[in-house]
Design a protein around this ligand. Structure first.
Ligand SMILES: NC(=O)c1ccc[n+]([C@@H]2O[C@H](COP(=O)([O-])OP(=O)(O)OC[C@H]3O[C@@H](n4cnc5c(N)ncnc54)[C@H](OP(=O)(O)O)[C@@H]3O)[C@@H](O)[C@H]2O)c1
Length: 287
């Protein structure tokens, strides 16, 4: 693993920075972190030059269009980045014999029944972002056998913008907040996900290519998540539970999108941290 060349697209986004942190902790030197200019996944000339120069063993695709509500207003751009961009990387990986690790989302599911979502469940996205992420998954499977698709949910970390950092900011400014209680899912600490991505590459398990679900363990509503953030950080304010109908957004979101992680746990012999334990680590890292 230490002598492998790994290209990370979306390398300065939230998950890219988590990968940078974990690879530094592990003293890995073969990772090349690319921003959206040096590693524009829509620019075929840039991609060809990069693959020729670096001859990567692995490619990690953290690049995506992630603005879920804005995507409803610019579906073409969202589709280009999440679907065509993924297809481009898959085709170059096939040509240059690299393995692709691509990150997808629980939003590929409708998520309207309180049952754990398995990799084999039918995907039926209810917003533009989810549809384009599903298209990206299908494109990859079409062009490349040597791939891992990791679907994750409610990603947060000490890096970039995310729910935890927004709550900490609002918690410092406000005396009360109302947070949605009827959407249930599982938070994922990006640093945990980054560690799993690197473990998975290290496993050398080529027989295990395919799609996997990964989030932290357990489940909660956004309201529970916010309450935990304020408790752990020692922020004093009133938090009220409200229904989704009281906080309308452009994009619809699943009401229950908790993923079953049995497949990734058993295939790679993983122990997945409980979401609140990882939240404690993240808040300590932020402070
Ligand atoms: N965040 C979540 O809650 C969540 C939940 C489930 C799944 N995911 C998935 O997890 C992955 C990582 O998410 P994240 O939170 O790290 O997202 P992020 O912080 O928004 O990072 C995505 C990165 O991709 C870059 N990018 C956009 N267009 C690009 C292009 N054409 N070529 C190359 N790079 C481009 C963005 O650059 P700019 O910022 O400069 O545009 C950004 O740095 C994504 O696949 C996302 O769909 C995220």
């Amino acid at each position: 693993m230490s002598n492998k060349k790994i290209l990370v697209f979306g390398g300065v986004g939230q998950l890219g920075q988590c990968l940078s942190k974990v690879s530094e902790e592990r003293n890995l030197s073969g990772l090349v972190f690319l921003d959206e200019i040096a590693g524009n996944i829509l620019d075929l000339d840039i991609l060809r030059a990069l693959f020729q120069k670096e001859s990567p063993d692995f490619v990690i695709n953290c690049a995506a269009y992630t603005a879920v509500d804005k995507a409803e207003d610019e579906p073409e751009l969202c589709e280009k980045i999440n679907s065509l961009g993924a297809a481009n990387l898959a085709q170059f990986c096939a040509e240059f014999k690299a393995t692709l690790i691509h990150i997808s989302t629980d939003f590929v599911f409708e998520g309207n029944v309180p049952v754990l979502l398995k990799e084999t469940d039918v995907a039926a996205p209810i917003n533009v972002y989810g549809k384009t992420k599903l298209q990206g998954e299908l494109e990859i499977a079409k062009y490349l056998e040597a791939h891992y698709i990791l679907r994750t949910s409610w990603l947060y970390s000490e890096f970039a913008g995310n729910f935890v950092k927004t709550m900490l900011k609002l918690g410092a400014e406000r005396e009360e907040l109302s947070i949605i209680v009827d959407q249930v899912g599982t938070p994922t600490y990006g640093v945990d996900l980054a560690a799993v991505i690197l473990d998975l590459l290290d496993s050398g398990q080529t027989a295990a290519y395919g799609t996997y679900h990964y989030s932290n363990d357990g489940l909660c509503s956004w309201y529970d998540f916010a309450k935990a953030i304020f408790e752990i950080s020692g922020t004093k304010l009133k938090v009220y539970p409200i229904p989704t109908s009281a906080y309308p957004t452009k994009a619809r979101r699943p009401s229950f999108s908790v993923m079953d992680k049995t497949k990734i746990k058993t295939t790679f012999n993983l122990e997945i941290p409980y979401w609140r334990d990882s939240l404690v680590k993240c808040i300590h890292a932020i402070k």
